[in-house]
Design a protein around this ligand. Structure first.
Ligand code: SF4
Ligand code: SF4
Length: 244
């Protein structure tokens, strides 16, 4: 847990310029800063960059599974123990050529929640996961994505209650649906975006035909969602392993 040693803090407020989610607050009575534990994501940017000239920012032990989860997801140089991936602990679709997680006829759904300066509370990640599950998304298992470790039942997307107040820098809700079901999933996301207190970007992972064409995204027009003007292309080097 990130704390400020009051004996060392001189109240210069330099630390406030560096926090990724505005977790350093100034106590006008004591004329010193303190860490808002409800907002701090344990990203350790302030510690790694040694932003305090007095060395007053200290880390004390992350004493629960949820605190450790929060830190591993928020600190970009941490490695996630189960998936073995740094950053937010998931490869998403970047290795689909080899893994074949998204098959023909399916659409990968990747809801990238929170951003530096904003963050995401797990209660909002739960809302999005539940909306996706109810709309027909098969949520990814914990072998592939960290959030699933907090989800006793992937078919509902509900998270364990104990985790809901934790704030992360960013987390990804991911899964896949049938192509025919994409419109319903997009409608569910348009609805739930109004119910959460953060931002998300949506990644859609699609398989094109041999000419590089797909009609999967046509439903975006029906919902007045702009067609994406940029994307990542997986060129097929691992194709023999993911023909299905
Ligand atoms: S930079 Fe260090 S000394 Fe200055 S307010 Fe922050 S914790 Fe206190
Ligand atoms: S660990 Fe991250 S979120 Fe917490 S106070 Fe430091 S910079 Fe801010």
């Amino acid at each position: 847990m990130t704390v400020i040693n009051k004996n060392l803090c001189v109240g210069c407020k330099i630390c406030q310029k560096f926090c990724t989610v505005d977790a350093f607050h100034f106590d006008v009575r004591e004329k010193k800063c303190f860490v808002d534990q409800d907002r701090c994501t344990e990203c350790y940017v302030c510690l790694r960059q040694k932003v305090c000239p007095k060395g007053a920012i200290e880390a004390i032990e992350l004493d629960s599974f949820y605190k450790q989860f929060q830190h591993v997801l928020s600190d970009p140089v941490e490695n996630h123990g189960v998936t073995g991936v740094t950053g937010r602990g998931t490869e998403e679709v970047k290795t689909n050529d080899v893994s074949g997680r998204v098959k023909k006829g399916e659409v990968g759904i990747c809801v990238d929640m929170g951003r530096p300066g904003m963050g995401v509370y797990l209660r909002d990640a739960e809302k999005v996961a539940m909306a996706c599950a109810a709309a027909g998304v098969k949520l990814a298992s914990q072998e592939h994505t960290p959030l699933a470790a907090l989800m006793p039942d992937l078919s509902t997307g509900k998270l364990v209650d104990e985790c809901l107040h934790y704030h992360l820098l960013s987390v990804i809700v991911e899964g896949k649906c049938e192509e025919d079901n994409l419109k319903q999933v997009l409608e569910a996301l348009k609805k739930v975006e109004k119910e959460i207190d953060t931002v998300f970007s949506l990644g859609l992972i699609i398989r094109t035909d041999e000419n590089g064409e797909t009609k999967t995204l046509d439903c975006l027009n029906e919902l007045n969602i702009p067609q994406p003007h940029r994307g990542k292309v997986n060129v097929g080097l691992g194709k023999p392993l993911s023909l299905a």
